[in-house]
Design a protein. Structure first.
Length: 95
């Protein structure tokens, strides 16, 4: 898998914003990606040094639209990437 296919989008929430103070960043990644692929993709895309990667599978969410129509969001994979002290990803700085 090409490194640029691994990272889908950054996850920007209040919790991920607080993790930015600890030099950790959150990304939605491809379902087939493992820790090594995520590490290579982040290092290549942002030119930083990755210390640790935590990967977790987020389960699908069920919900209702109106009274009868049931909708389902698909499952996805999330990665929390820890960078070396002093490294930053400028994409998250303005958030």
């Amino acid at each position: 898998m090409h490194p640029y296919e691994v990272l889908k989008r950054p996850v920007v929430t209040e919790k991920s914003g607080r993790l930015g103070d600890q030099n950790q960043y959150v990304f939605e990644v491809d379902k087939r990606a493992n820790k090594a692929l995520v590490k290579q993709a982040v290092e290549k895309a942002f030119n930083v040094t990755v210390i640790d990667v935590n990967v977790m599978c987020m389960r699908a969410q069920m919900g209702r639209y109106g009274r009868r129509r049931v909708i389902k969001d698909s499952a996805w994979k999330k990665a929390i990437v820890t960078l070396k002290a002093g490294d930053r990803i400028a994409f998250f700085e303005g958030v």
